[in-house]
Design a protein around this ligand. Structure first.
Ligand code: HMG
Ligand code: MG
Length: 302
């Protein structure tokens, strides 16, 4: 397991989208810059969704434009439909992410359409992206359980993953949106998807609601998955997944990986500074266990 792991930083999107306090475009840009400076060179910076649905992600075009000067980094944005794609492209997007769900209940709550309708909405996005030379990542939500429909079968996840792959997504990010999974379930789900698609093209996007995310990531790494989505400080969650908390914290992932001898290229001090800055603006301490431990240690020393 000592080969390279790619971390895709979610803080500015999945993180901030579910925070009660909205922070300014300038602060969002500074957050992205600080994350890249900490060595997180792939960052999801915003979402081109309805600002009525997710006001926290309004002005994602200004954020994307505002970070365009940052070199040696790859910025991702969410797009639910062609309208979002157009706005994202006008702001310079090179990588976009479409997002589907493994359950009808979550699809309806999140994007107001069935799973099949969402695929129809993605088709023109993928066609235009192909013509424009834009890469498209595909998310699947609720891969380990749905807040509305309950249990999700690994086969349902695998079938949808194949659909997104066949449409042209270069990577499928498997979302435990409500953080309800446990390692055995995560392993079964990843095996089912890995039986259909190259494991090298899968990513794990695990929320940490029940404190299982690191264990689930470890199980997935044992299955050969090498891409991890995480959010600085463990920020956020999905507004349409009742009770769900943020993604696994980047600090916790980096600490675990470095402890296993897997080099991440992330400067923990700089990452912690970026997290603390945003936590200050949001008015709450980071939920990351590692960030809390390091902050407490700093206080003891000073
Ligand atoms: P809809 O109501 O079905 O769509 O919403 P519509 O086409 O009828 O449009 C309704 C209104 O939205 C119109 O505005 C459109 O112009 C506008 P109005 O006439 O009412 O003023 N609209 C848009 N505005 C900006 N950008 C767009 C866009 N499209 C339509 N792209 C829609 C469908 C998807 C837009 C809506 O339901 C929505 O925005 N939902 C938010 C979904 C969201 O962002 N969820 C959180 C992110 S997903 C997530 O967190 C999970 C993930 O992390 C993985 C995991 O953890 O599992 C990815
Ligand atoms: Mg998520």
């Amino acid at each position: 397991m000592s080969d390279h792991i790619r971390i895709i930083e979610m803080g500015p999107r999945d993180g901030l989208q579910n925070e009660k306090t909205q922070i300014s475009v300038e602060a969002r840009i500074a957050f992205v810059e600080a994350l890249v400076a900490a060595g997180l060179n792939t960052v999801e910076v915003g979402a081109f969704v309805s600002p009525k649905a997710i006001p926290q992600m309004a002005s994602s075009d200004a954020v994307l434009r505002g970070v365009s000067h940052v070199r040696d980094a790859e910025f991702h944005v969410l797009v639910p439909n062609e309208k979002g794609y157009e706005t994202a492209r006008a702001a310079g997007a090179q990588v976009v992410s479409v997002f589907a769900a493994a359950s009808e209940g979550f699809s309806r709550a999140n994007i107001n359409c069935s799973v099949a309708e969402s695929i129809e909405r993605f088709k023109p996005v993928l066609a235009r992206a192909k013509a424009d030379g834009v890469r498209v990542r595909g998310y699947i939500s609720c891969v380990l359980g749905c807040p509305f429909d309950g249990e999700i079968k690994p086969k349902a996840v695998a079938d949808l993953a194949v659909t997104l792959w066949d449409l042209g997504c270069y990577q499928i990010s498997l979302g435990d949106t409500i953080g309800a999974g446990t390692p055995r379930k995560a392993r079964q789900m990843l095996r089912a998807v890995g039986a259909e698609l190259p494991v090298a093209n899968l990513a794990m996007h695990f929320h940490d609601t029940y404190g299982q995310a690191l264990a689930n990531l470890y199980a997935g790494m044992e299955e050969g998955v090498r891409v991890i989505d995480s959010a600085a400080g463990g920020l956020g969650g999905c507004p349409y997944a009742p009770g769900a908390t943020g993604n696994v914290a980047t600090e916790d992932v980096v600490y675990m990986l470095e402890g296993m001898g897997v080099s991440t290229g992330v400067d923990m001090d700089r990452l912690l500074a970026a997290t603390n800055e945003v936590a200050g603006l949001l008015g709450r301490p980071p939920v990351s266990r590692v960030a809390s431990a390091l902050n407490a240690k700093k206080q003891r020393v000073s």
